[in-house]
Design a protein around this ligand. Sequence first.
Ligand SMILES: [Zn+2]
Length: 324
Amino acid sequence: MTTRRSVLKAAFGLLAASAGGTLPVHAAYAAAPLVQRQAPAFYRMTLGSLEVTALSDGTLPVPLEKLFNNTTPEHISSVLKSSFLPSPVDLSVNAYLLNTGSRLVLIDAGTGELLGSRLGHLVANLRAAGYAPDQVDDIILTHIHADHSGGLSIGGKAVFPNAIVHASKRDVDYWLSAENLNRASETQRKSFVEAVTSLRPYVETGRMQVFADNAEPLPGFGSILRPGHTPGHSSIVVESQGEKLVFWGDITHGDAVQFNEPDISIDFDVDSKAAAATRRQAFMDAAEHGYWVAGAHLPFPGIGHVRADSDEFGWVPVNYSAAG
Ligand SMILES: [Zn+2]
Protein backbone atom coordinates (compact mmCIF):
# COMPACT_ATOMS: atom_id res chain seq x y z
CA MET A 1 0.00 0.00 0.00
CA THR A 2 1.33 3.43 -0.92
CA THR A 3 1.08 5.86 1.98
CA ARG A 4 2.11 9.50 2.07
CA ARG A 5 5.06 8.51 4.27
CA SER A 6 6.29 5.84 1.85
CA VAL A 7 6.12 8.33 -1.06
CA LEU A 8 8.14 10.85 0.98
CA LYS A 9 10.67 8.17 1.92
CA ALA A 10 11.07 7.20 -1.72
CA ALA A 11 11.55 10.84 -2.73
CA PHE A 12 14.23 11.38 -0.07
CA GLY A 13 15.89 8.11 -1.18
CA LEU A 14 16.14 9.38 -4.76
CA LEU A 15 17.51 12.72 -3.56
CA ALA A 16 20.14 10.96 -1.43
CA ALA A 17 21.09 8.66 -4.30
CA SER A 18 21.45 11.54 -6.76
CA ALA A 19 23.70 13.42 -4.33
CA GLY A 20 26.01 10.44 -3.99
CA GLY A 21 24.41 9.19 -0.78
CA THR A 22 24.53 12.50 1.10
CA LEU A 23 22.25 15.52 1.13
CA PRO A 24 23.57 18.52 -0.87
CA VAL A 25 25.68 21.02 1.04
CA HIS A 26 25.81 24.74 0.17
CA ALA A 27 29.42 25.45 -0.59
CA ALA A 28 29.26 29.26 -0.74
CA TYR A 29 27.90 31.79 1.78
CA ALA A 30 26.63 35.10 0.41
CA ALA A 31 27.68 38.27 2.22
CA ALA A 32 24.11 39.35 2.92
CA PRO A 33 23.83 43.05 3.75
CA LEU A 34 22.32 44.03 7.10
CA VAL A 35 18.62 44.82 6.60
CA GLN A 36 18.35 47.18 9.60
CA ARG A 37 14.64 47.76 9.78
CA GLN A 38 11.89 46.47 12.03
CA ALA A 39 8.74 44.56 11.14
CA PRO A 40 5.58 46.63 10.64
CA ALA A 41 4.68 47.61 14.18
CA PHE A 42 1.10 46.92 15.12
CA TYR A 43 -0.21 44.72 17.91
CA ARG A 44 -3.75 43.52 18.22
CA MET A 45 -5.85 42.40 21.16
CA THR A 46 -9.54 42.11 21.86
CA LEU A 47 -11.25 43.80 24.77
CA GLY A 48 -14.73 42.29 25.16
CA SER A 49 -16.32 42.97 21.78
CA LEU A 50 -13.81 45.68 20.80
CA GLU A 51 -10.77 45.23 18.59
CA VAL A 52 -7.80 47.20 19.89
CA THR A 53 -4.77 47.78 17.65
CA ALA A 54 -1.63 49.38 19.01
CA LEU A 55 0.15 51.34 16.27
CA SER A 56 3.75 52.45 16.54
CA ASP A 57 4.68 55.86 15.19
CA GLY A 58 8.32 54.98 15.85
CA THR A 59 10.80 55.72 18.62
CA LEU A 60 12.60 58.84 19.79
CA PRO A 61 16.10 58.69 21.33
CA VAL A 62 15.82 60.70 24.56
CA PRO A 63 18.66 61.58 27.00
CA LEU A 64 16.51 61.00 30.08
CA GLU A 65 19.24 62.06 32.56
CA LYS A 66 19.10 65.55 31.02
CA LEU A 67 15.30 65.81 31.01
CA PHE A 68 14.05 64.29 34.26
CA ASN A 69 13.69 66.75 37.11
CA ASN A 70 13.26 66.45 40.87
CA THR A 71 16.27 64.07 40.74
CA THR A 72 19.94 64.17 39.64
CA PRO A 73 21.50 63.18 36.30
CA GLU A 74 23.76 60.72 38.16
CA HIS A 75 20.77 58.94 39.70
CA ILE A 76 18.96 58.61 36.34
CA SER A 77 22.16 57.34 34.68
CA SER A 78 22.52 54.64 37.34
CA VAL A 79 18.83 53.60 37.04
CA LEU A 80 19.21 53.31 33.25
CA LYS A 81 22.41 51.29 33.66
CA SER A 82 20.78 48.87 36.10
CA SER A 83 17.92 48.44 33.60
CA PHE A 84 20.46 47.62 30.83
CA LEU A 85 19.41 50.74 28.94
CA PRO A 86 21.72 53.18 27.12
CA SER A 87 21.33 56.93 27.01
CA PRO A 88 19.82 58.32 24.91
CA VAL A 89 17.19 55.61 25.28
CA ASP A 90 14.53 54.96 22.64
CA LEU A 91 11.12 56.04 23.87
CA SER A 92 8.18 54.58 21.97
CA VAL A 93 5.51 56.81 20.47
CA ASN A 94 2.31 54.75 20.40
CA ALA A 95 -1.21 55.42 19.20
CA TYR A 96 -4.21 53.11 19.41
CA LEU A 97 -7.01 52.22 17.01
CA LEU A 98 -10.34 50.91 18.24
CA ASN A 99 -12.86 49.19 16.04
CA THR A 100 -16.18 49.17 17.90
CA GLY A 101 -17.98 47.41 15.06
CA SER A 102 -19.71 50.65 14.07
CA ARG A 103 -16.90 53.22 14.36
CA LEU A 104 -13.17 53.30 13.82
CA VAL A 105 -11.62 55.51 16.48
CA LEU A 106 -7.97 56.51 16.70
CA ILE A 107 -6.56 57.62 20.03
CA ASP A 108 -3.66 60.02 19.32
CA ALA A 109 -2.17 60.50 15.88
CA GLY A 110 1.63 60.29 16.14
CA THR A 111 4.17 62.87 14.98
CA GLY A 112 3.56 63.21 11.23
CA GLU A 113 6.53 65.11 9.81
CA LEU A 114 7.44 67.04 12.96
CA LEU A 115 10.06 64.84 14.66
CA GLY A 116 12.22 63.18 12.05
CA SER A 117 12.42 59.93 10.14
CA ARG A 118 12.69 57.53 13.07
CA LEU A 119 9.11 58.61 13.74
CA GLY A 120 6.16 59.36 11.49
CA HIS A 121 5.32 55.72 10.72
CA LEU A 122 1.77 55.67 12.08
CA VAL A 123 0.00 55.68 8.70
CA ALA A 124 2.27 52.95 7.28
CA ASN A 125 1.57 50.81 10.34
CA LEU A 126 -2.17 51.59 10.15
CA ARG A 127 -2.16 50.26 6.57
CA ALA A 128 -0.07 47.22 7.58
CA ALA A 129 -2.71 46.56 10.26
CA GLY A 130 -5.42 46.35 7.56
CA TYR A 131 -6.98 49.83 7.61
CA ALA A 132 -6.72 53.07 5.63
CA PRO A 133 -6.69 56.67 6.93
CA ASP A 134 -9.98 57.53 5.18
CA GLN A 135 -11.76 54.81 7.21
CA VAL A 136 -11.05 56.57 10.52
CA ASP A 137 -14.27 58.18 11.83
CA ASP A 138 -12.96 59.89 14.95
CA ILE A 139 -9.64 60.82 16.54
CA ILE A 140 -9.53 61.45 20.28
CA LEU A 141 -6.42 63.26 21.53
CA THR A 142 -5.18 62.54 25.05
CA HIS A 143 -3.62 65.99 24.71
CA ILE A 144 -2.25 68.40 22.14
CA HIS A 145 1.53 67.98 21.60
CA ALA A 146 3.70 67.33 18.52
CA ASP A 147 3.89 63.57 19.19
CA HIS A 148 0.10 63.19 19.59
CA SER A 149 -1.49 65.79 17.32
CA GLY A 150 1.42 66.30 14.86
CA GLY A 151 0.31 63.35 12.71
CA LEU A 152 -3.11 64.87 12.02
CA SER A 153 -1.70 66.88 9.08
CA ILE A 154 1.12 66.62 6.60
CA GLY A 155 2.06 69.58 4.41
CA GLY A 156 -0.97 71.48 5.73
CA LYS A 157 -3.40 68.76 4.57
CA ALA A 158 -5.54 66.51 6.76
CA VAL A 159 -4.13 62.96 6.89
CA PHE A 160 -7.53 61.61 7.96
CA PRO A 161 -9.96 63.17 5.46
CA ASN A 162 -13.17 61.88 7.05
CA ALA A 163 -12.34 62.07 10.74
CA ILE A 164 -13.63 64.38 13.45
CA VAL A 165 -10.95 65.37 15.98
CA HIS A 166 -11.90 65.48 19.67
CA ALA A 167 -9.67 67.31 22.17
CA SER A 168 -10.18 68.59 25.69
CA LYS A 169 -11.48 72.15 25.88
CA ARG A 170 -8.70 73.07 28.31
CA ASP A 171 -6.01 71.99 25.84
CA VAL A 172 -7.67 73.69 22.87
CA ASP A 173 -8.05 76.91 24.86
CA TYR A 174 -4.39 76.74 25.94
CA TRP A 175 -2.63 75.68 22.72
CA LEU A 176 -4.76 77.60 20.21
CA SER A 177 -4.67 80.85 22.17
CA ALA A 178 -3.03 83.75 20.29
CA GLU A 179 -2.37 85.39 23.66
CA ASN A 180 -0.42 82.33 24.91
CA LEU A 181 1.53 82.16 21.65
CA ASN A 182 2.52 85.82 21.92
CA ARG A 183 3.83 85.53 25.46
CA ALA A 184 5.54 82.14 24.97
CA SER A 185 9.32 81.92 25.25
CA GLU A 186 11.28 81.13 22.09
CA THR A 187 11.53 77.40 23.02
CA GLN A 188 7.84 77.14 23.94
CA ARG A 189 6.73 79.00 20.82
CA LYS A 190 7.41 76.02 18.55
CA SER A 191 4.84 73.87 20.39
CA PHE A 192 2.13 76.52 20.01
CA VAL A 193 2.81 76.96 16.29
CA GLU A 194 2.84 73.17 15.72
CA ALA A 195 -0.48 72.80 17.57
CA VAL A 196 -2.18 75.41 15.38
CA THR A 197 -0.70 74.01 12.14
CA SER A 198 -1.62 70.38 12.88
CA LEU A 199 -5.22 71.17 13.83
CA ARG A 200 -5.93 73.84 11.20
CA PRO A 201 -7.35 71.60 8.39
CA TYR A 202 -9.86 70.12 10.85
CA VAL A 203 -10.78 73.46 12.47
CA GLU A 204 -11.31 75.09 9.06
CA THR A 205 -13.65 72.32 7.86
CA GLY A 206 -15.69 72.16 11.07
CA ARG A 207 -14.26 68.79 12.05
CA MET A 208 -12.87 69.77 15.45
CA GLN A 209 -14.87 69.20 18.63
CA VAL A 210 -13.97 69.84 22.25
CA PHE A 211 -14.94 67.84 25.32
CA ALA A 212 -15.34 69.17 28.87
CA ASP A 213 -13.46 67.90 31.94
CA ASN A 214 -14.19 64.19 32.51
CA ALA A 215 -16.85 64.19 29.78
CA GLU A 216 -17.41 61.57 27.06
CA PRO A 217 -15.68 62.65 23.82
CA LEU A 218 -17.87 60.04 22.07
CA PRO A 219 -20.59 57.69 23.27
CA GLY A 220 -18.81 54.73 24.89
CA PHE A 221 -15.53 56.63 25.35
CA GLY A 222 -15.01 58.22 28.76
CA SER A 223 -12.31 60.65 29.81
CA ILE A 224 -10.50 61.43 33.06
CA LEU A 225 -8.91 64.86 33.38
CA ARG A 226 -5.30 64.27 34.46
CA PRO A 227 -3.64 67.68 34.22
CA GLY A 228 0.03 68.54 34.56
CA HIS A 229 1.70 67.29 31.40
CA THR A 230 -0.65 69.73 29.63
CA PRO A 231 -3.56 71.68 31.17
CA GLY A 232 -6.22 69.41 29.63
CA HIS A 233 -4.25 66.16 29.51
CA SER A 234 -6.87 63.38 29.75
CA SER A 235 -6.91 59.61 29.91
CA ILE A 236 -9.47 57.93 27.64
CA VAL A 237 -11.49 55.02 28.99
CA VAL A 238 -13.25 52.19 27.16
CA GLU A 239 -15.11 49.25 28.65
CA SER A 240 -16.63 46.18 27.03
CA GLN A 241 -18.14 43.03 28.53
CA GLY A 242 -16.61 43.67 31.95
CA GLU A 243 -13.13 44.52 30.63
CA LYS A 244 -11.67 47.99 30.92
CA LEU A 245 -8.76 49.72 29.18
CA VAL A 246 -7.48 53.17 30.08
CA PHE A 247 -5.42 55.02 27.46
CA TRP A 248 -3.07 56.94 29.66
CA GLY A 249 -1.53 59.45 27.32
CA ASP A 250 1.68 60.80 28.90
CA ILE A 251 1.26 59.65 32.49
CA THR A 252 4.77 58.26 32.15
CA HIS A 253 7.70 58.64 29.76
CA GLY A 254 9.18 55.14 29.67
CA ASP A 255 9.04 52.39 32.28
CA ALA A 256 12.53 52.33 33.85
CA VAL A 257 12.30 55.30 36.21
CA GLN A 258 8.86 56.64 37.04
CA PHE A 259 7.06 53.48 38.23
CA ASN A 260 9.61 53.22 41.04
CA GLU A 261 9.83 56.98 41.53
CA PRO A 262 6.56 58.65 40.48
CA ASP A 263 7.68 62.04 41.84
CA ILE A 264 10.26 62.38 39.05
CA SER A 265 8.86 64.42 36.15
CA ILE A 266 10.09 65.28 32.68
CA ASP A 267 10.83 68.73 31.24
CA PHE A 268 8.12 68.23 28.57
CA ASP A 269 5.49 68.80 31.30
CA VAL A 270 3.76 72.18 31.36
CA ASP A 271 3.42 71.81 35.17
CA SER A 272 5.87 69.22 36.60
CA LYS A 273 4.44 69.22 40.14
CA ALA A 274 0.88 68.65 38.96
CA ALA A 275 2.11 65.96 36.54
CA ALA A 276 3.81 64.09 39.41
CA ALA A 277 0.66 64.19 41.58
CA THR A 278 -1.45 63.04 38.62
CA ARG A 279 0.98 60.20 37.89
CA ARG A 280 0.81 58.87 41.43
CA GLN A 281 -3.01 58.95 41.34
CA ALA A 282 -3.07 57.18 37.96
CA PHE A 283 -0.67 54.45 39.18
CA MET A 284 -2.67 53.94 42.40
CA ASP A 285 -5.98 53.71 40.57
CA ALA A 286 -4.65 51.24 37.96
CA ALA A 287 -2.98 49.05 40.64
CA GLU A 288 -6.08 49.06 42.84
CA HIS A 289 -8.56 48.18 40.10
CA GLY A 290 -6.37 45.97 37.88
CA TYR A 291 -7.65 47.22 34.52
CA TRP A 292 -5.64 47.28 31.29
CA VAL A 293 -3.52 50.35 30.64
CA ALA A 294 -2.08 51.64 27.34
CA GLY A 295 0.70 54.24 27.56
CA ALA A 296 1.76 56.48 24.69
CA HIS A 297 5.46 56.25 25.65
CA LEU A 298 5.72 52.83 27.27
CA PRO A 299 7.74 50.30 25.23
CA PHE A 300 5.60 49.26 22.23
CA PRO A 301 2.84 48.06 22.26
CA GLY A 302 2.63 49.90 25.59
CA ILE A 303 -0.24 47.75 26.87
CA GLY A 304 -0.17 46.07 30.27
CA HIS A 305 -1.05 46.37 33.93
CA VAL A 306 0.26 48.24 36.96
CA ARG A 307 0.87 46.59 40.31
CA ALA A 308 1.96 47.93 43.64
CA ASP A 309 5.28 46.47 44.77
CA SER A 310 8.08 47.11 47.27
CA ASP A 311 9.44 49.88 44.97
CA GLU A 312 6.18 51.83 44.79
CA PHE A 313 4.78 50.44 41.51
CA GLY A 314 5.69 48.00 38.75
CA TRP A 315 4.77 47.74 35.06
CA VAL A 316 3.63 44.32 33.78
CA PRO A 317 3.61 44.30 29.94
CA VAL A 318 0.96 42.34 28.04
CA ASN A 319 1.89 38.72 27.34
CA TYR A 320 2.39 38.33 23.58
CA SER A 321 -0.36 36.41 21.84
CA ALA A 322 -0.54 35.43 18.16
CA ALA A 323 -4.33 35.19 18.51
CA GLY A 324 -4.92 38.93 17.96
ZN1 LIG B 1 3.86 62.50 24.39
